[in-house]
Design a protein around this ligand. Structure first.
Ligand code: SF4
Ligand code: SF4
Length: 361
C-alpha cells in the first residue's frame, strides 16, 4: 500500500533525501531507495509497503525473537513485510528481505508472482484490522521481525499507537540502522522492546558483509533506545573467520557493558551457511562457549547462546548468587525458580528492573 513517507527532505530538481534509516538515500524522481520500499513520485517520497504483510502473521514464543528478559514465556504475534536497508550476505530471510519491486502499477509494487512462487503471498491491512487480529489471537505482544522493521516506519508508528490502547506491547527485531530522528519518533510512540543485532564492532564487516557504511548508527540506536526506557537485548551472530575472534567478542562485550549496562541481555547466536555463504562453516559450539565465557568474565549478567544447545546459555541465572532462575530447553521452560514478586528465592535479589513483565510459568 502506498502512503506519503515521513522524515524526508525535498532537494532541488525533485530529488528527495530520506531520513528513516542511516543510509539516508538521496532518491531521484521515479527511483527507489536502497531498501526498495520507498519511491520518489514527482519530488515526494512514498512508502510502498504500508500495511503490506507477508501472510497474516504467526504466533511465536517471545524467546524465538530472541527476547529472554521481557515477558518470558509470552506469545509474540509476529509479522513481516519485504525489503531491508542491508544486503547481508548471510541473510536467512533473503527471499523477503531482498524482494524486488516491479512497480507495474497494477498488481501493487512488488513482484507478487515471484513471491508466490517462493510460497509467500502479500496481504494488505489497515492498522485497525491488524490490531483486531492480534487481540483475537490472545497474544499480548506484537513483534516486527524477519525483514527489517525500521523501513516500515509509518506503519509501525500508526499500529503502535493503536496497540497501546489494547495494552499490547510492541517489539522490534532490528538491525538498528536508524537515524536519531526516526528513533525519536519510535521512542515517542512508545515502542516497548527491541532486539538489536550488533553484527560486529568493525566498519569493515558492515561494509563487506552487510553493504552499509558503519556500525556507529547501530550503536547510537541501541544507546538511545536504552536511555529512553525501551527494553533492549543484543544479538551477535558469530560467523566463523569473520567476527569470531577473542578480540571481536571482547570489544563487543565491553561496549555493551560500558554503554548499555551489565544487565543488558546478550545473545550469541550460531551461524549456518545461507544465501551468499560468506563462510562455508557452521559456528562450532566451542566458539559460542568461548564467547559466553568472555562476556560473563567482562561482567555481563545475562548472556545467552542461541541456535545450538549449550549447557548454560539457555538459562537465566541470578547475577548475585548464580542460582538458576529460569531453565530453558529450546524455547520452553524446564523450570522457573523465582518468587511471585520477582525475587531470587536463594538470596532475595530483586529482578524487577532486569526482567520486564510477568513470567508465564
Ligand atoms: S529507509 Fe533507508 S534505505 Fe530506504 S530509502 Fe530511506 S534511507 Fe534509503
Ligand atoms: S539486516 Fe537482517 S533482514 Fe536485513 S539483510 Fe541483514 S540479515 Fe537480512
Amino acid at each position: 500500500m502506498k502512503v506519503k513517507a515521513r522524515l524526508f527532505d525535498k532537494l532541488g530538481e525533485k530529488k528527495v533525501k530520506c531520513h528513516v534509516c542511516a543510509n539516508e538515500c538521496t532518491i531521484l524522481p521515479d527511483n527507489v531507495g536502497i531498501c526498495r520500499t520507498r519511491k520518489n513520485f514527482d519530488g515526494e517520497l512514498y512508502s510502498l509497503i504500508y500495511g503490506s504483510m507477508i501472510s497474516a502473521g504467526s504466533l511465536d514464543p517471545i524467546e524465538k525473537k530472541p527476547l529472554y528478559n521481557f515477558w518470558p514465556g509470552a506469545i509474540a504475534y509476529s509479522i513481516a513485510s519485504i525489503g531491508c536497508s542491508f544486503k547481508c550476505q548471510n541473510c536467512q530471510n533473503w527471499s523477503i528481505s531482498q524482494a524486488n519491486p516491479t512497480d507495474d502499477g497494477k498488481e501493487g509494487f512488488y513482484d507478487l508472482e515471484g513471491l508466490k512462487n517462493r510460497g509467500m503471498h502479500l496481504i494488505e491491512l489497515e492498522p485497525h484490522q491488524l490490531v483486531k487480529k492480534v487481540v483475537k489471537s490472545g497474544a499480548k505482544t506484537l513483534a516486527y521481525t524477519y525483514n527489517e522493521p525500521l523501513i516500515w516506519h509509518e506503519w509501525i508508528i500508526d499500529t503502535t499507537n493503536l496497540l497501546k490502547k489494547e495494552n499490547i506491547k510492541t517489539i522490534l527485531v532490528t538491525n538498528g540502522y536508524s537515524t536519531p530522528e526516526a528513533s525519536q519518533e519510535l521512542i515517542n510512540v512508545g515502542i516497548d522492546a527491541a532486539n538489536i543485532d550488533i553484527k560486529s564492532m568493525s566498519d569493515d564487516f558492515y561494509k563487506k558483509i552487510c553493504g552499509v557504511k558503519s556500525v556507529q548508527p547501530v550503536l547510537n540506536t541501541a544507546k538511545l533506545f536504552k536511555e529512553n526506557g525501551i527494553h533492549v537485548e543484543i544479538t551477535n551472530l558469530i560467523i566463523p573467520d569473520l567476527n569470531d575472534s577473542k578480540n571481536d567478542i571482547e570489544e563487543l562485550s565491553k561496549w555493551i557493558f560500558n554503554n548499555l549496562g551489565q544487565n543488558t541481555p546478550t545473545h550469541f547466536s550460531a551461524y549456518h551457511p545461507d544465501f551468499k555463504t560468506p563462510s562455508t562453516k557452521r559456528t562450532p559450539l566451542d566458539v559460542l562457549d568461548r564467547a559466553y565465557n568472555i562476556a560473563k568474565n567482562i561482567g555481563l549478567n545475562y548472556v545467552y547462546v542461541g541456535n545450538l544447545p549449550h549447557n548454560k546459555g539457555s538459562n537465566t541465572y541470578c547475577p548475585n548468587c548464580n542460582h538458576l532462575i529460569i531453565g530453558r530447553r529450546g524455547y520452553s521452560f524446564t523450570n522457573t525458580n523465582i518468587t511471585k514478586d520477582k525475587k531470587c528465592p536463594n538470596c532475595g535479589y530483586d529482578f524487577n528492573n532486569d526482567i520486564i513483565g510477568n513470567i508465564n510459568r
